[in-house]
Design a protein around this ligand. Structure first.
Ligand code: ADE
Length: 227
C-alpha cells in the first residue's frame, strides 16, 4: 500500500512519521508513505497556493490550480483507490472506516488549511471526505496522521503482534477489557485471580464480560450497535 499525503506543512507530518509505529511498518516494506509539498505546485515565484475568497469574508482559500496540478502529477505515476480530503465537515472517521481502508491499494490524503480548499476540487477530484471529530484544527495534517496511523496498524504484518490490532477497542463495537502486567501484587493492588489461573478459556470469557461491562457503562451508544 502507498499513502501519499499532500500538505503545505511537510515538516509537521514528517516529524510524526519519523517517530511512530508507522515508521516500522514502512521499514518492513508493507506500506510506503510519501509526503508531498503542495508548494512545489504553487503559482509564480512566490509559489502561491492560497487566495482571497470570492464574495469576500475572512480567511484564505486553497487555490484550485496548485491542487489539481499536484493531484494530476501524482495520478500520472500512481493509481489511487481513494483521494481523501481531511475536513471538519467530512464523514466521521471510525474503526470501521480504518478497517475498510486498510484493505485498499493506494490512498492520497489532502490536508486542508485556512478556510479550506476550492469547492471545485471537492466536487471533481475528492472521493472521500473525512473528519476526525467535531472540533476544528488549524490544518488537516494531524487528522491525516491520525487516519494514516489507524489504517497502517491494521495492515497485516505491519505491527509486531499481528493479532493485537484485532483486540483493540472498537473492533466488534466493544471497548477493550482492562489489562495488567507484573507485579501481580503492587502495594496490595492485586491483579484479578482469573488472569493468573492459566485457564485460557475462562480468561477469554472474563475478557469478553469486562469488555461488555465497560462498553455498557462508558459508551451506551456503542453498546446499542451490538444489539
Ligand atoms: N481539519 C481541521 N479540523 C479537522 C477535523 N476535525 N477533522 C479533519 N480535518 C480537519
Amino acid at each position: 500500500m502507498q499513502i501519499d499525503i499532500v500538505t503545505c506543512l511537510p515538516g509537521l507530518v514528517e516529524g510524526f512519521f519519523s517517530q511512530s509505529i508507522v515508521k516500522r511498518a514502512t521499514e518492513g516494506g508493507k506500506v510506503s508513505i510519501n509526503i508531498i509539498d503542495l508548494r512545489e505546485y504553487g503559482i509564480g515565484k512566490s509559489r502561491q497556493i492560497d487566495d482571497y475568497a470570492f464574495g469576500g469574508g475572512a480567511g484564505m482559500v486553497m487555490m484550485i490550480e496548485p491542487l489539481v496540478n499536484c493531484i494530476k502529477d501524482l495520478q500520472s505515476r500512481t493509481r489511487y483507490d481513494e483521494i481523501i480530503y481531511m475536513t471538519p465537515d467530512g464523514d466521521l472517521f471510525d474503526q470501521k472506516t480504518a478497517n475498510s481502508f486498510s484493505l485498499k491499494g493506494n490512498l492520497m490524503i489532502i490536508c486542508g488549511h485556512y478556510k479550506g480548499i476550492d469547492e471545485r476540487v471537492r466536487e471533481s477530484y475528492i472521493t472521500k471526505e473525512l473528519s476526525i471529530g467535531d472540533y476544528v484544527l488549524s490544518g488537516g495534517e494531524i487528522p491525516a496522521a491520525v487516519v494514516t496511523d489507524a489504517i497502517v496498524r491494521l495492515i497485516p504484518g505491519a505491527m509486531n503482534d499481528e493479532t493485537s490490532a484485532l483486540t483493540d477497542s472498537f473492533q466488534d463495537n466493544l471497548l477493550a477489557p482492562p489489562v495488567y502486567t507484573r507485579p501481580a501484587d503492587f502495594e496490595g493492588l492485586k491483579v484479578p485471580e482469573i488472569l493468573l489461573s492459566g485457564n485460557f478459556k475462562k480468561i477469554e470469557e472474563w475478557r469478553v464480560e469486562k469488555a461488555i461491562e465497560r462498553t455498557q457503562k462508558r459508551r451506551p451508544d456503542l453498546w446499542k450497535k451490538t444489539l
